[in-house]
Every structure is written in structure tokens, then in C-alpha cells.
Design a protein around this ligand. Sequence first.
Ligand code: ADE
Length: 223
Amino acid sequence: MRIDILTIFPEIFNGPFDQSIIKRAKDKGLVEIYIHNIRDFSNDKHKRVDDYPYGGEPGMVMMIEPIANAIEWLKSQRSYDEIIFLTPDGETLTQPIANKLSLLNNMILLCGHYKGIDERVREIYITKEISIGDYVLSGGEIPAMVLVDAIVRLIPGVLGDEQSALTDSFQDGLLSHPVYTRPADFRGHKVPEILRSGNHKDIENWNIQKAIEKTKKRENKNS
Ligand code: ADE
């Protein structure tokens, strides 16, 4: 999979993509991630990427030209399955959406800023709009990182069998059951006896029961 990210803050991505599972996926050649600075695609002599909105409202709007130049340059080199804009008014990211996106070959992620981007970018280039939740962040960079993490861990070969993404919360509509490790007794807080019984059938049933209880509790909180 190849992911191209368009941003005016490329440095934000240093770090999160160089650690843990995403780093491993890159090292194994399972994903290539390229960060592009939208400013590099500005024809303006001051490298401007934003301007005042028509209509006189306060705030700045990201201009279409630099974004169009960047997207067209990328599209001239390969075809893209999706061009995704991270925005709070997009479709809310869920596990089924991440599952679907993990099957793609090439995608562009566009991170917005300021009051928004010129609407024509959305009309002309964007094929999908994704929100990571009903709250507003100062830009699309952190949402892009969230999306990349959710997708990359699903690419076959990224996680070992023992960490299979199929047992993740949400994959079967249930949250994960609680897990424990040593010590068996931490200051009187004990690991449930059944998990130490060695009876695999009972343990499996207990895990399912706990997952159901946790899911119901969460549903009640959300309603
Ligand atoms: N940009 C700003 N807030 C966002 C959100 N909640 N989801 C995706 N992109 C955003």
C-alpha cells in the first residue's frame, strides 16, 4: 500500500510513523508513506497557501491552486483508489471503514486547516471525506495519523498471528474482554480465578461473557 499525505505541517508526522507497528510495516515493505508539503506546490512568490474567504467572513481558507497542483502531480505518476479529505463534517471513521480502506493500493490523504479548504477542491478531487469524531481539531494531521494507524495494522502481514487484528474490539461487534498478566495478586487486587484455572472452555466462555457485559455498558453510556 502507498499513502501520500498532503499537509502544510509535514513535521507533525515525524515520530508517530517511525515507531511501533507503522514502523514495522514500513520496514517490512508493506506500506510506503510519503509526506508532501502543500506549500511546495504554491506558484505564489511568497508560497502562500491560504487567502481571505469570499463573502467577508473572518478566518482564512486554503487555496485551491497548491492543492490542485499537488494532487495532479501525484495523479500523473500513478492512479489512486481514493483521495480522502479529513474533515469534521465527513463520514465518521468506524472499524468497517478501516477494514475496507486497508484493501486499497494507493490513497491520498488531504489535511485541512484554517476555516477550511476552497469548496472546489472537494468537488473536483475528493472521493471520500472522513471525520474521526464529532469534535473539531485544529487540523487534519492528527486525524490522518489516526486513520493511517487504523488502516496499516490491518494490512496482512503487519501484525503477527498472535496479535491478529481479527480479535480486536469492534471486529465482531463486541469490545475486547479484559486481560491480565503477572502478578496474580497486586495489593489485594486479584486476577479472576477462572483465568488461572487452565480450563480453556471455561476461560473462553468467561471472555465472551465479559466482552458482552463491556459492550452493553458502553452502549448504555452512549445512549
Ligand atoms: N479536522 C478537524 N477536526 C477533524 C475531525 N474531527 N476529524 C477529521 N478531520 C478533522
